[in-house]
Design a protein. Structure first.
Length: 176
């Protein structure tokens, strides 16, 4: 039985924007949603890292940045262990939610054990989810769960606007 709606695609095609638009529509419908986004942070036009921000905007921390973080390295970024607290805090409210949103499930998030454990907890909970998944995710524990229970959408610049209603409808079907 499918229980996740998953969007994937190349960087910069609009995956996060699509998910935010779907979440806005679900909030308007009165659904209780928990989760987090991992937006990029730029300074002077250059990307310096990523934050992890709860869906309600009340919790935020650095997920990774180019300097001064204490976690494992991913590319040119050092991951930040403070992100683990945000992931755990957000997902402590799992039982009260209709839907969990995670943007994104990718190498950076999975390098931090606390974030990884929170994601696995969601996947094992059987709670419906709307996830952004890194296009080259190869995690041997997480990927099979996503493949088995997920309805996948590949987002492109050309289809991102049209997919909003389709993804929204698929999420509503999961919640019914």
């Amino acid at each position: 039985m499918l229980r996740y709606v998953i969007v994937t695609g190349r960087p910069g095609v609009g995956k996060t924007t699509l998910v935010r638009r779907v979440v806005d529509k679900l909030h308007e419908d009165g659904y209780n949603i928990v989760g987090f986004f991992c937006p990029e942070v730029r300074r002077g036009g250059r990307r310096i890292g990523f934050k992890i921000v709860s869906l309600d905007g009340k919790l935020e921390a650095w997920l990774a940045k180019t300097e001064n973080c204490d976690g494992p390295r991913v590319g040119r970024y050092n991951t930040c262990r403070e992100a683990e607290d945000v992931a755990r805090s957000v997902l402590e409210r799992l039982d009260e939610a209709s839907l969990v949103v995670i943007d994104e499930i990718g190498p950076m998030e999975l390098k931090l054990m606390g974030v990884r454990e929170a994601i696995l907890r969601v996947l094992r909970s059987e709670k419906p989810g709307l996830f952004v998944v890194h296009e080259r995710l190869s995690d041997r524990e997480i990927l099979p769960l996503l493949q088995r229970y997920g309805n996948w959408y590949r987002v492109t610049v050309e289809n991102r606007d049209a997919l909003v209603d389709e993804v929204y409808s698929r999420v509503i079907a999961l919640l019914s």
